[in-house]
Structure formats: structure tokens, C-alpha cells
Ligand binder design. Sequence first.
Ligand SMILES: Cc1cc2nc3c(=O)[nH]c(=O)nc-3n(C[C@H](O)[C@H](O)[C@H](O)COP(=O)(O)O)c2cc1C
Length: 193
Amino acid sequence: MLTVIEAIQNRRSIRKFKPDPVPDELIHQMLEAARLAPSAGNRQPWRFQVVKGGILKDRLFKEATSGAEHITGAPVNIVCGSELLAFVKGHKFAPSGSEYLGADSENWDDIKQFIPAAHLYTAIAVEHMTLVGTALGLGTCWVHSIRHSQVAKTLGWPRHIVVLALLLVGYPDEDPPPRSRLALEDVILREQH
Ligand SMILES: Cc1cc2nc3c(=O)[nH]c(=O)nc-3n(C[C@H](O)[C@H](O)[C@H](O)COP(=O)(O)O)c2cc1C
């Protein structure tokens, strides 16, 4: 098994997949890693729907994406979203002790202001999945360029669960080199004189 640092170094966005099915146990391990992610106030707004094939995957591809081949080629799509009711004070989805901050009601105007925070926490959970996927020998790719509200409609999600992205999962059929990154000196800000 890779160390965390090795998983971070080896992970690539994979857009070409083998048709081989991914064992449920591996998807379970990825979802379990997502479940353990940190979030402010421990709100845990992340929600996931695993779409493997069939009519739902066809509809998702046709109606909700821009038709990119890599989306349809992945044997598993994990649709990732955020539950805004986790931000309603006193709601059963909101952890106790987090009442100090949050919406006063389930009214859309009240809860929609929490979308950026909710997606921030969900993104951490999604990234846990990409790293565990890498450690398990799987390829993953975040796909944010989707018709978010159409994805929600296709899957029948209620308005208070907002779509963030798809995570493509499968056995890699490509081995891309590392994509370039800024040098450390370019991302470290120093005291200005
Ligand atoms: C939040 C997020 C959204 C992304 N959306 C897309 C996307 O819509 N389509 C796609 O092909 N790749 C997408 N990617 C993958 C990036 O293009 C990729 O991470 C970047 O080019 C660096 O390559 P690497 O992941 O192989 O290191 C996304 C990545 C992140 C983190």
C-alpha cells in the first residue's frame, strides 16, 4: 500500500479507463475515506451517488454533461454533492454543538448562502477519495464541467442537495506523466519589505 505522500505524488487525472468492472469493496473504501474527511463544525455535508451503468449513466452522460468521452468511458461515476440542511440550526443533519452558525430555516434564500462552505468541505472529502483510489490502483478524475442543475434533475435530487462534481473511477488505461505545477517559491508568499 502506498504511503500518503506516495499517493499524492502518483495521483493523476485519468481520462481513459479499461472496461474492467471495479469491485464494490474498493468503491466502499473510497467512500469510507470521504466519510472521514474533516469539516468546520463537523457538518459533514457531503453526499454521494454511485452510478455504474445502465439507463441512469446514459441519461447522465447525454443530458448532464458536455458529452466528453472520458465521462462515458469510466465504469463508475460518483456524483458528489452537498447537503445544505447540514447548515440549518438544530436540523437533524446538523451536528449538535454547531448551532452557533447556520441558517435559521430551510428556506432556499437562507440555506443557499452556505453553498460555498458546503462545497469546500465536500471537496476535501472528494480529494480523500482520489488519494485512496490511487492507493488501491484505481484512476480517478474530477469533472466539474457539467450542467450541475441538470445532473441533480436527472438523478432526482432535492434542491437542498447541490451537485458539486462527478468523480470518474476505473482502472487506468493510460499512464500520463505528472502535469506541471508551480515551483514552491511561486506559491510561498514572503513578508514584503
Ligand atoms: C475541482 C476540479 C475540477 C476539475 N474539473 C475537470 C473537468 O471538468 N474535466 C476534466 O477533464 N478534468 C477536470 N479536472 C482535472 C484537472 O484538469 C487536473 O487535476 C489538472 O489538470 C492537473 O492534472 P493532474 O490531476 O493529473 O495532476 C478537475 C480537477 C479539479 C481539482
